[in-house]
Design a binder for this molecule. Structure first.
Ligand code: F6P
Length: 353
């Protein structure tokens, strides 16, 4: 629809309040230009978040510039304008089409200054960072130093980010782990073997605990809980008495005892009732098409990030808590963690036999 100035005012005066607010918001954001980047480990659903952000921003008259390779791209000045059609056909694609990096250079203040100059030269006046705790910490430091407004969108398969019940990518990774454990169980059953299956998650046991529950593992080793070899031996002995044919142990990579190979080796030295094998699932957990849950979550958070910008809720993380979209100060988010659920831990102890 195009209007002359006087006909615009006649049209505007006849609008209901909702439509008036809609146009006021659109006008207010006419000169806004936001940069968006994905940083740290890629997570399935990052593309869905970019797509939703770009489309919601366009709806609100905010221009979007995509930054390639996370903070590294800010330093190198790798920018591209993003519009409605530049984000077509990425909703169901894993990884991140903007690429990602764990930028060592961004730790250097001189490089951050260069990054800020690059943003200024593009006329970018706010920044959206999609990533995990490390990336949000980088965003917070950058924002404090150069007074640039930042909004964070939580994305990490680890589900360890405070301020949201779920981070983008976690649901898909959990599904991949459970499918893999189901497959390994076929061999474990056929050969009466014990399998140690190591999963990602850094210092968080959220992936491991939930994978244990969903795959019916008989034991889980978590970073948050003390582990002694004797506890595992007791569980395996109980299993043997119950004539259990196979055993699956989920090992969180960040546990305090050591890598799954060490646990298996130490067990072999003192207990030989089972032949044991080790599988490290590795980066298969980060890949693949995002689940419908992750696509929807990412779309919600993408739109929430635009709304946080509109409401000037700067330096905050958008999250979903109890199925409600909320914002939390990034400073709180990076100083906390999404703790393991005690209820799920108790449940797992009772039923994993
Ligand atoms: O934070 C996501 C994550 O996949 C962790 O679970 C894992 O420890 C780490 O990233 C691996 O990072 P990289 O791909 O850089 O080796």
């Amino acid at each position: 629809m195009s209007f002359s100035c006087s006909s615009y005012f006649i049209y505007f005066s006849k609008c209901d309040n909702y439509t008036k607010n809609f146009y006021i918001c659109k006008m207010a954001f006419k000169n806004s230009k936001t940069g968006i980047l994905t940083s740290g480990g890629d997570a399935p659903g990052m593309n869905a978040a970019i797509r939703s952000f770009v489309r919601s921003a366009e709806f609100n008259n905010i221009e979007v510039v995509g930054i390639q390779k996370g903070f590294q791209g800010l330093i190198e000045g790798s920018f591209e304008k993003l519009e409605m059609r530049s984000v077509s056909n990425i909703l169901g694609v894993g990884g991140t089409f903007l690429h990602s990096a764990r930028s060592i250079e961004f730790l250097d203040k001189k490089k951050r200054k260069l990054a800020y100059k690059n943003l200024q030269s593009q006329g970018i006046n706010s920044l959206v960072v999609i990533g995990g705790n490390g990336s949000l910490t980088g965003a917070s430091v950058f924002s404090d130093e150069f007074k640039i407004p930042v909004i964070g969108i939580p994305a990490s398969i680890d589900n360890d980010i405070f301020g949201t019940d779920f981070s983008i990518g976690y649901d898909t990774a959990l599904q991949t782990i459970v499918e893999s454990v189901d497959k390994i169980r076929d061999t474990a059953n056929s050969h009466n073997r014990l399998f140690f299956i190591e999963v990602m998650g850094r210092k968080s046991g959220n992936l491991a605990l939930n994978a244990s529950l969903a795959s019916g593992a008989c034991f889980v080793i978590l970073p948050e809980k003390d582990f002694q070899l004797i506890d595992l031996i007791k569980r395996l002995e109980e299993n043997k008495k119950r004539k259990k044919e196979s055993s699956i142990v989920i090992v969180a990579e960040g546990n305090n005892y050591g890598p799954s190979y060490k646990i298996a080796e130490d067990l072999r030295k003192v207990y030989s009732a089972y032949e044991s094998k080790v599988t490290i699932l590795g980066h298969i957990q980060r890949g693949g098409k995002p689940s419908p849950f992750d696509r929807i979550l990412a779309s919600q958070l993408g739109m929430a990030a635009v709304e946080a910008l509109k409401l000037k809720k700067y330096n905050s993380l958008v999250g979903l808590v109890n199925n409600i979209l909320i914002t939390s100060p990034i400073s709180d988010v990076i100083n906390s963690t999404n703790n393991l659920s005690n209820d799920l831990y108790r449940l797992n102890k009772i039923i994993s036999r």
